[in-house]
Every structure is written in C-alpha cells, then in structure tokens.
Write a protein that binds this ligand. Sequence first.
Ligand code: AMP
Ligand code: TRP
Length: 331
Amino acid sequence: MPKRILSGAQPTGNVHLGNYLGALRNWVTLQHEYQSFFCIVNLHAVTVPQDPKLLAEKTRELARIYLAVGIDPDISTVFVQSDLPQHAELTWILNCVARMSELERMTQFKDKARKQSENVTAGLFDYPVLMASDILLYQTDLVPVGEDQRQHLELTRDLAIRFNRDYGDTFRVPQAYIPKVGARIMSLSDPTKKMSKSDDDPNGCVMLLDDPEAVSRKFKRAVTDSGTEITFDDSRPAITNLLTIYQLLTGQPTGEIESHFAGKGYALLKQDLADVTVEFLRPFQERVKGIGAEELNRILGQGREKARQIAGTTLANAYAAMGIVGACTTD
Ligand code: AMP
Ligand code: TRP
C-alpha cells in the first residue's frame, strides 16, 4: 500500500509564488509517489470574514489552479472541503478531545487574533482542530506543508494519539513533510517577512495570476542588500531570496547560478528573474483559463466520491469507538 499524503490551501486572496514554491510545486511531484489528496479548505476560510460571492469564485479558481500547476485528477483526489460534511462532523468529535490550553498556544491563532482583536470568532480558535480533521479523516501518513504549519501538525498528532489511547486505535498518526529548499519564500519588499497575501505592500508578493507587467514591476522594485555580490548567503537575505526563487523555477544548481551572475549587477538579476517567472506563468495561466465549468464539476464530483468513501469509514469508526450510536445501529 503506497503511503498517503493530504494537503490543502484556503481559497482566499490570490495564490502567490510562495504558495507555489513552498507547497503546490511539491504536491505535483509527490502525487507520483504517494496516494494523494488535495483539498480546497473553504471552511477554514470563513474563520475570518469573507465576501460570499468572492469566496465562491475563489473556491473554483483555486481548484483550477491546483489542476493547472499539474495536479492530475486521475491519480490524485482533488476535492472541496465543504463537499464532505464529515470534516465538520469529525471536528466536533475532536473538539471534545482537544484542550483549550493547547489551542491557546497556537502561534497562528495568537497572531491572527492580535490583528483583529475585536472580532475573534470561535471558529478562528478552532481552526487547527478542523485542520486535524482534514488530515485524520483520510488516515494520512504525510502532510506536505510550509514551515508555518508545523505547530498545527504537532497538534494533529497529539489529538490522534490521545483519541487512540482513550478510545482504541482509530487514526493513523501523521507526520509533517516540510521541504528543505523553498519552504519559506520571503516578501520582495521586506525579506525578513514571509511572502504573504496579507502583506501590506502589494509589491512584496508575486501572484500566480499576475500579468507580465506586474511581475516585472514587482521584481524591479524588490529590496536588495548592501554590497554587490550575487551569491547564496544567509547574511544577505534579500538576494538569497531572489536567488532561491530563481533556483526553484529554473532547477539549476546553486554553483551554476552564482557563476551565471558573477560580476553582474542586481538590475540584471531582477530582469532575469522576471523573465523566468513570466515564462513559467504564461502557459500556467493559459491552462487555468482552459478549464471549463463542466470539466471542473466533473473533476470535483469525482474527487468528492473518492474522498467520501474513506472519510465516511473513518468517521463511522470514530463514532463507534466513542459509543456514539443512533437509529441505524443494531443492539
Ligand atoms: P496559505 O496561503 O496560508 O493558505 O498557505 C498555503 C500553503 O502555502 C501552505 O502550505 C503554506 O505553508 C504555504 N506558504 C504560504 N506562504 C508561503 C511562503 N511565503 N513560502 C513558502 N510557503 C508558503
Ligand atoms: N492551515 C493550512 C494553511 O494555512 C491549510 C490547511 C487546512 C491544511 N487543512 C489542511 C494543510 C490539511 C494541510 C492539511 O496552509
């Protein structure tokens, strides 16, 4: 039995180069080695206010993006979280296993809560438990995510271990799978912060659906370090970030990249990087446009059916383990 992976992203804002290089790109490779599940986590999105019309559009757009980066729906299961009521149901069960104190320690919750101290919903607090449900429902072995999700994965493991201890072996205990290179792409306008859709400066973040002008402009304005050397060097985070993006998009070894840019200026690095990015984005954006509504419905429907079989079995096992029975159960 090949090992199973599951990952997901929220259909909010725009998907950026950090999401691609830190997450989506790895999913595309991993799907050939593992039995793969890729989810569009729209229930996570509503933990903070969303415009309903936009959320609906972005949910479909993200599905198109998954497919256009190269996730193959014939070998991977691509589905929308809200299509499977089991995610919300298992969340309730795991809410009765999770401790307030451990959720209070989640740094992502603390950060988000600080930013909007007036209206922190119970859903925002519970976000990591919904994420644990996404993972545990599919008996997942590995969860490919960025470094920022490590703590949520630890929580997921703790919940699985606690449930198994208290009610009998029900969930496989998953592991985080965090790539070494590109796990953290930094903002182009502030290389001490990760590239993020919530960046205050829109120039810090290259979107996968940006047009060539926007891509060139953003790289042109990218912050650089003092000095002139173009080498991978942790003490010079801005240039290292640009070179890392270059490396991940071209697949060239670091030594080759450094000799290519030896003696050249930052302007050329930015120009080359913009060219490489535009050439990568052009065919990708054409594929996004080429996926029609009917085809998308067919793929997401097929994903829902494949997901339902596994999620349904796991949820039934969890209910049975806890003694939750009802009208359909024989004595
Ligand atoms: P999010 O945009 O927060 O829903 O994240 C979707 C996926 O992209 C997650 O696996 C994140 O860890 C990953 N990710 C987000 N921002 C970055 C970044 N700047 N560098 C690398 N990976 C990222
Ligand atoms: N919290 C994740 C993020 O912001 C998204 C997510 C939700 C996820 N459920 C998941 C990632 C399950 C992996 C597995 O990136």
